[in-house]
Design a protein around this ligand. Structure first.
Ligand code: SF4
Length: 380
């Protein structure tokens, strides 16, 4: 059912919205590497490039995706190339983007595309949605942008545009808001001559013009003449702010153990959970700091380090749902146990190198801990 504010305003003219966006996008779109055909917007995009770009852009800003996207496509120009790759190489090329589960899903999706679709992305949204890591949004984006199918998309940017366009002050965290917004996005996709162009235009408008915060650039907006929030002067109040995420505390002790060759002992994390499958120095993780951090760190490190630990420093970090305190300890080569010799070791320069040269995929937090212990500059 439509919300009260929407029922009171004028009927939703999906055709007018789609037409205005189709005219605006070719002249306003940023020239991004996965948009190689802006001069001919009727030409469909490469579906593989769409999938890689959408996977990288989830929870990540465009500026951070530009370099990794170019490197990834250069090494994996087709799903078959990625399907054949070793996971270690895939994760190395993903470095800097975080959320490594997306890289694993993309790797699995490439294998599924080779196995079930003869190496080519399907155009059917249901088949796309069956690929690992591909949800309703990504399936709609690929089906519309690469295959021009009238499928809707909805992300935070599109939701904000739709809510303002209709002057609807619904809570964006409420599932009813998403149901309403998906229905409006579907109206627009069905009304479009080029659904892919219109969907990309909606995303672009939310990213560059109808931005979060109280002052969207309404004077530059192609939908200004159709926008209920602009007419009512309510842009600043729509959408309603989401409550801040609650973050649970996590205390870490990173133990940086070096051998006589200056290499650092590293271990691989489990395949699921926080930083799944990434490499790190031995790291103790507790919900709260222990009474005596130094002793707790030394006991934890005992299998690999028989000597004293030096406290190199402590820093804080925020993840989406975690508030981290990271205590960093260093141990000298003389303290290494016999068991440590059988572990995995890596030279700091290889470990800390930017992607894709880094020998092992490691979170930025653990790289920072290694730099701190080795008193290296913040960027090696
Ligand atoms: S007119 Fe303003 S509030 Fe309305 S869609 Fe455009 S930028 Fe957003």
């Amino acid at each position: 059912m439509a919300p009260a504010t929407a029922r009171r305003s004028a009927p939703f003219d999906a055709r007018a919205v789609a037409g205005a966006l189709e005219a605006w996008f070719p002249r306003a779109a940023r020239p991004l590497p996965w948009r190689t055909d802006l001069a001919t917007p009727s030409r469909p995009r490469d579906p593989w490039h769409c999938l890689v770009a959408e996977a990288m852009l989830q929870q990540t800003q465009v500026a951070r995706v530009l370099g990794p996207f170019a490197r990834f496509i250069a090494e994996f120009p087709t799903p078959a190339h990625l399907a054949r790759a070793e996971e270690r190489r895939v994760l190395a090329l993903w470095a800097g983007l975080g959320y490594y589960r997306r890289a694993r899903n993309l790797h699995a999706a490439a294998r599924a595309i080779v196995q079930h679709h003869a190496g080519r992305l399907p155009d059917d949204p249901a088949a796309l949605g069956a690929l690992p890591g591909v949800g309703r949004y990504t399936a709609g984006a690929i089906a519309s942008i690469a295959f021009n199918r009238p499928e809707p998309i909805l992300d935070g940017n599109v939701r904000r545009v739709l809510l303002r366009l209709r002057g609807v002050a619904m809570n964006p965290a409420n599932p009813a808001t998403d149901r309403w917004a998906w229905a409006r996005a579907a109206d627009i996709a069905r009304a479009a001559d080029r659904p892919g162009v219109v969907n990309e235009a909606l995303m672009e408008l939310g990213a560059t013009t109808c931005t979060p915060g109280p002052r969207p650039a309404c004077d530059a907006c192609p939908l200004a003449h159709l926008c209920a929030a602009r007419a009512a002067g309510t842009q600043a109040r729509i959408p309603r702010p989401k409550p801040a995420p609650t973050r649970s505390a996590l205390w870490l002790a990173c133990i940086i153990i070096t051998d006589r060759r200056g290499r650092v002992l590293i271990r691989q994390r489990p395949p699921s959970g926080l930083w799944a499958g990434l490499w790190q120095p031995p790291t103790l993780e507790l919900d709260a700091p222990p009474r005596d951090p130094h002793t707790a760190a030394a006991e934890f490190a005992r299998p690999w380090c028989a000597g004293p630990l030096r406290h190199a420093g402590t820093f804080s970090a925020l993840l989406t749902h975690r508030r981290l305190t990271v205590a960093v300890f260093a141990a000298s080569a003389a303290a290494c146990t016999r068991r440590a010799a059988a572990q995995h070791w890596a030279a700091p320069a290889e470990l800390l190198a930017p992607a894709p040269e880094a020998s092992h995929a490691m979170s930025n937090l653990h790289k920072r801990a290694v730099r701190l212990a080795l008193t290296l500059p913040d960027r090696l």
